[in-house]
Design a protein around this ligand. Structure first.
Ligand code: BEZ
Length: 211
């Protein structure tokens, strides 16, 4: 069965480019991003893994650990990582799972048979420190993901987790956030000392609380 938001992210053990890992141990108390791509030595995937490596400090700042999944074997991963480092001018140092038996791909429903019977699609899961699935995105093989958008979503998820706020369309870090409907305006004024702007009784903004 496919995973849904709020489900417990299944744990697993896997061989990776950084040795054998237990997913939960790898994550510890961090946020996690588990993401799949169709295959090694493919152009879009090369740019995606390169971009992820480039954003290493940004993920670390947000306490996020990343873990890639590919159904190719370990020796192929190692050779491909050399190519990624060379062509994308990076140092890939996050683990890539060698999921040849498709254990992880099946556990996270990353193979969509009507897209490809064998290759994983571009699935991406954001997992909270509570090990619950917070976000799922699925892209086809032909479209590389926007990893700046992934960072933006993580920021939104973390604001929700830490301050109980939501973020509006096209929100970017530093912009006003939304007071959720469950909080009355009276309570919101107490909870958000920077102020509450009431546009409609159901549409209320407050400055980003952690700044
Ligand atoms: C790629 O991973 O680069 C790719 C896979 C399938 C179609 C197009 C690109």
């Amino acid at each position: 069965m496919s995973l849904r938001l709020g489900d417990v992210a299944p744990n697993f053990q896997a061989q990776t480019t950084a040795g054998e890992i237990d997913f939960y141990n790898y994550l510890g108390n961090s946020w996690g991003i588990l993401f799949s791509h169709p295959a090694d030595y493919t152009p879009v995937c090369t740019t995606e893994l390169g971009k992820t490596a480039l954003l290493k400090d940004e993920f670390a700042k947000r306490n996020v650990k990343v873990l890639a999944v590919s159904v190719d074997p370990l020796d192929k991963h190692h050779g491909w990582v050399n190519d990624i480092n060379e062509t994308q001018n990076v140092e890939v140092d996050f683990p890539i799972i060698a999921d040849s038996d498709r254990t992880v791909a099946n556990l996270y429903d990353m193979i969509h048979p009507n897209a490809s019977a064998t290759a994983t699609v571009r699935s991406l899961f954001v997992i909270g420190p509570d090990k619950l699935v917070k976000l799922i995105i699925t892209y086809p093989a032909s479209t590389g993901r926007n990893f700046n958008e992934v960072l933006r979503v993580v920021e939104s998820l973390q604001l929700t987790a830490n301050y109980g706020v939501a973020t509006p369309a096209d929100w970017n870090y530093g912009e006003d956030v939304i007071v959720v409907p469950a909080v009355t305006t009276e309570d919101a004024v107490k909870k958000f000392p920077k102020g509450v702007r009431v546009v409609k009784p159901y549409l209320r903004y407050t400055p980003q609380p952690n700044l």
